[in-house]
Design a protein around this ligand. Sequence first.
Ligand code: NOJ
Length: 582
Amino acid sequence: MGRNTKKRTQTWWKEAVVYEIYPASFKDSNDDGIGDIPGIVSKLDYLRDLGVDVIHICPHYQSPQVDMGYDISNYEEIHEPYGTVEDVQTLIDAAHGLGMKIIFDLVINHSSNMHKWFQESRSSKSSPKRDWYFWRPPKIDADGNRHPPNNWRSHFTVPAWTWDEVTQEYYLHIYAPEMPDFNWENKQTREAIYNTSITFWLKRGIDGFRIDTVNKYSKNVSFPDAEITNPKEETQPAWRHYNHGPRIHEFLGEMKDIFDQYSALTVGELSSFPRTKEGVMEFVSSRTGPLNMVFNFDISDLGQKRKPGQKGPVPFDVQPFKQEMSRWQTFASDPEGWITLYLENHDAPRSLSRFGRDFSLEDQTRVGKMLAMIMATMTGTLFLYQGQEIGMSNLPRSWPIDEYKDIRSVNMYKRAQQTCAGKPECLARARDDLWKTARDHARLPMQWNMGPNSGFTSEGVTPWMRVHDDWEQHNVELQLGNSSSLLEFWKRILKLRKEYKELFIYGAYKLVESQEEDLFIFVKEGPERKSLTVVNFSNSPKKWEGPSDILGVGSRLLLGTTGGKEGDVLNAWEGRVYLKSS
Ligand code: NOJ
């Protein structure tokens, strides 16, 4: 167990706590109902006091906001309601001044259709930028009807090709039609992308990037039809063809050369594929990989993905959670490997709602502390998403459909209205599925205080998304300084994580098997100590037993979620960490 631990290098970014900010929903400083950069600056002290080392800002660049800024029309300008380039420079400098680092989102699989490059590309077949995106002629059937070049489906449920009248060709977009995919095969395009999106900002002092869709730049450019998984549908999922194409490592290698010049931190979003140890190692190996770490989706998919043939998402279950957590902890114990630890981001429903199953408002804090305890005592770089630290949960089921603003939700529901026409139960089921999987949950305004709009924006202003109904129970003001709050628990456990970093961050992991399915027990071993984390992932008390070598003489309770009780019964959602010096 100790062998690998010794060889692993220790680095600041492995020890860092990264906090993700969704600019539209964090803090509005000018009362237009939309969060902004000065709003973020005003909360930097709060973040530093929480224990944050790195801030990740979701896209804040100029954008028509079809996909909340993941559709960029100018990489060197800022979305107007968020502020200016000068505001962003102030943010970078202020974060640095407080000893925090800052990383931006790098969204370069596609641009907005309003980017000047796409405008030029679509203007004529002979445009010098024609080849910067993928343009293809239609397929014409025996009756003379026009069809897209292949059957690929985009992530937002429409065909992945859109017809353009101007030059009478289709262009590719694996997301919305307003988000055309760049043609990475063209070297000139790649260089232009690197200059405008990477170098431009690294020169201004940022410390790295969260890299969007990192495995999608190289595609199968012969564009074959995807295998037919549902013969009733015209389009088919095609992720095999646009993920992890033959040149992906060549492209990432080029990017790495730039990142290395600035010692930039890199964390890639590795969705869909590959999910094996070898597949992920290709991306993150400290010897040969292009990135520091990736977000893979094994944990974040739990409770919200479908299995073929199953109606609705597979409900959350503790067993796969333990398995997946253990699988990736083992991966991280390889001296060449490293992982991210995260339960939430701007694309996922809230962890409390996904993992906590049946709990009351009161339980919310207990579940939050239990999840915090698991995360803070595991190996990996820890990522927190805004509001997670105060226990924000999914938007209420009773809210009307027009409170869902995300393009994915809107399209899903439109589609359901068509396929469920005249079948109210079918539509109700689709609505329920949408609630379980919607990205909107994470995008509600941050709950700062007991005042109007929970302090996100001023009284009388309508925020761009409605404030959660539970804001009076869950907000920063109420929790700050309250020793039994989730926020103060996070602060405390993040401090302990650093104090005992040899154990919690770098220690070797071992799952302790338990008869009781709802108990999650694991040991971490460092050079001088061992720890044992035990949590009850259920709403009823559970008797438990742990290994006597850690719980015997010389062991002590380091932290408990319910104020340090000992004994062999864990209450609903209770968690404890024990420490034993060797
Ligand atoms: C992943 C981002 O996290 C998501 O929000 C976005 O819709 C897609 N990539 C497209 O950029």
